[in-house]
Design a protein around this ligand. Structure first.
Ligand code: DC
Length: 229
């Protein structure tokens, strides 16, 4: 089957990364969690107290940032590295979640990340999840999925994930953070979260992981078949 580019966009905690990982494994594709890149940049900015009001400071900081993904045999997934440091756990921290939408809205940050993401897709055979992947990063992708899930389902999923690491977290905190990020991600000036016109909507509120994978694989087959003809 001809290798294609698959994009998965949508609001926070819709299960985009889960589906992207499932598809990558099944198709033997590269999986890229673009949100992890914005989170790693945010971690660097927080640690180094970068003045985000100064475009010059932001550009200077970005020149000191090297991002890479490395496969982790133990977990069976790729971890995010920031300047050769494994930051996979740190970037899931609430402090990063609270600041990532502000940092990800900066024009310079978007240009920096998008350029790297586009390079990763040059050979196709990639599934990338994020907010602007089907609209800005790969507008010509063969398969674009826009994921949604009911708000209460998303809050519960995210709460469960965070509670394992931090039992002090409250459901209210998680809800506030998701609402804030959805608002900022959809209303920013550069590359806001939008459903691409040619994207297929997948609402997974009532789907099991196996069902969502089956649905997406059917779309992959359909899209790949039209390429061969
Ligand atoms: O997918 P995530 O929740 O880990 O992403 C973290 C943040 O990064 C999200 O709130 C918005 C930003 N982001 C973005 O602006 N563009 C992307 N392609 C991916 C993520």
């Amino acid at each position: 089957m001809k290798k294609i580019i698959i994009t998965i966009d949508g609001f926070s905690s819709c299960g985009k990364s889960t589906l992207a990982k499932q598809l990558a494994k099944e198709l033997n594709y590269v999986f890229v969690d673009s949100g992890a890149m914005y989170r790693a940049i945010t971690l660097y900015f927080l640690r180094n107290h970068v003045n985000t009001d100064s475009s010059e400071d932001v550009i200077k900081a970005l020149t000191n940032i090297e991002l890479s993904f490395e496969y982790n045999d133990r977990t069976g997934k790729s971890d995010m590295y920031l300047n050769d440091e494994n930051v996979e756990a740190l970037i899931r921290d609430m402090l990063v979640s609270e600041n990532v939408s502000t940092i990800a809205a900066l024009k310079e940050v978007r240009e920096f990340a998008v350029e790297q993401q586009q390079k990763m897709g040059e050979k196709k055979g990639i599934v990338m999840d994020g907010r602007d992947i089907g609209t800005t990063v790969f507008p010509n992708a063969e398969l674009k999925i826009f994921m949604t899930a009911d708000p209460h389902v998303r809050v519960e999923r995210r709460f469960k994930e965070l509670y394992e690491k931090n039992p002090d977290i409250t459901i209210e905190e998680v809800k506030r953070n998701l609402e804030m990020r959805d608002y900022m991600d959809s209303n920013r000036e550069f590359s806001p979260l939008r459903q691409a016109e040619d994207a297929i909507v997948l609402n997974n509120s009532n789907l099991t992981m196996a069902e969502q994978l089956k649905t997406a694989l059917k779309w992959v087959k359909e899209r790949s078949a039209t390429l061969i003809m």
